[in-house]
Design a protein. Structure first.
Length: 89
């Protein structure tokens, strides 16, 4: 499990991105890069980190399921993810 501080930091960044999304889009349309540079750094969506919804792990993240590989494997083996089965041939 990731530290609570990292998870809270990412939530705070998400709120900042949402807050400035419209303003960033407007400034980009005007090509006003000087004003865009004055916005907070965390207003950029590229600073967000994809994290597992259950554990908060950021590495080996599977976007389609929003889970880390470890959590995905555990849940798939337990049959908790619909449509996912262990392959065999």
């Amino acid at each position: 499990m990731a530290k609570k501080s990292w998870l809270e930091r990412n939530k705070r960044k998400q709120k900042t991105v949402e807050k400035y999304a419209a303003l960033r889009a407007e400034l980009k349309a005007k090509k006003d890069y000087a004003s865009l540079a004055q916005l907070p750094r965390d207003a950029s969506p590229t600073r967000l980190v994809n994290r597992c919804q259950l554990t908060g792990r950021r590495r080996a993240f599977i976007r389609r399921f929003k889970l880390s590989r470890i959590t995905f494997r555990e849940m798939a083996s337990a049959g908790l993810i619909p449509g996912v089965t262990k392959s065999s041939w």
